[in-house]
Design a protein around this ligand. Structure first.
Ligand code: PEP
Ligand code: MN
Length: 253
């Protein structure tokens, strides 16, 4: 079994953190250094972004992947990044440790099938309006190719209230923990869509049984090229990690 996947299975709590998108070499090296010091296990960063508007920053592509790799190597961190196109599979298999399938691609069965044939851990995010049944059926497309190194992620489902970007479905975290057999993560950043309540969503996810958290971090929210409104700073990240560890210690939760 893949060493990173094994560690995730063994860890009480795995923290994935980093920017929504890799924006520059300087930016990703700086974040990698600081998150490492904060005790984060895996560096995240999008290089191929699925933006709602074609006019928004689309990511740095292959160059972004290489920057993420170089920054992570310097600080001895594994990386996770999102694949959006099956034609990039070779690139991802060469450069990335964990391959992320974003919410928009949960229904992209050719992509899931192709990932099933790789030996990389696959981090599949729940679609924004996917039922748990649909979600687990999507997972089977990866399993069918022979790849069982799967990590699930509840990232919020669409609701009626714009006060938050999405609704973190904590019930889904608890159910997936009971039934799937795979590590279950939560993404409080895309669920909240706003920095101020990201800590509370982290705590509730851990209380519901999450094995890990994927959280967006930025050192200058206002200048972020994507999702600045939901990123936390390094100091907040440190506080969140400390509190989550305490919650994890309450084994009865
Ligand atoms: C992301 O993790 O950067 C992302 C785009 O997430 P989602 O697919 O959940 O919107
Ligand atoms: Mn994002």
């Amino acid at each position: 079994m893949n060493e990173i996947f094994n560690k995730i299975k063994q860890n009480d709590l795995t923290i994935i953190a980093g920017p929504c998108a890799v924006e520059s070499e300087q930016m990703i090296f700086s974040i990698a250094e600081k998150i490492k010091e904060a005790g984060v296990h895996i560096l995240r960063g999008g290089a191929f972004k699925m933006r709602t508007s074609v006019h928004d920053f689309q990511g740095l592509g292959k160059e972004g992947i290489k920057m993420l790799r170089a920054a992570a190597d310097k600080y001895n961190l594994p990386i996770i990044s999102e694949i959006v196109d099956v034609r990039d599979m070779e690139l991802f298999c060469e450069w990335v440790d964990i391959i992320q399938v974003g919410m928009r691609n949960m229904y992209n069965y050719p992509l899931l099938r192709a990932l099933g044939k790789t030996e990389k851990p696959v981090f599949i995010k729940r679609g924004m309006s996917a039922t748990l049944e649909e979600y687990l059926k999507a997972v089977e497309y990866v399993e069918q190719g022979g790849n069982r190194q799967i990590i699930l992620c509840e990232r919020g489902v669409r609701g009626f209230d714009v006060a938050t970007r999405n609704i973190l479905d904590v019930g889904a975290i608890a159910l997936l923990k009971k039934g799937s057999g795979y590590p279950v993560f939560a993404d409080p950043s895309h669920a909240a869509g706003r920095t101020d309540i990201v800590p509370q969503l982290c705590y509730s996810a851990v209380a519901a049984g999450a094995d890990g958290i994927s959280i967006e971090v930025h050192e200058n929210n206002e200048k972020a090229l994507s999702d600045g409104a939901q990123a936390v700073d390094i100091e907040t990240l440190k506080k969140i990690i400390k509190a989550m560890k305490k919650i994890k210690e309450i084994k009865e939760v």
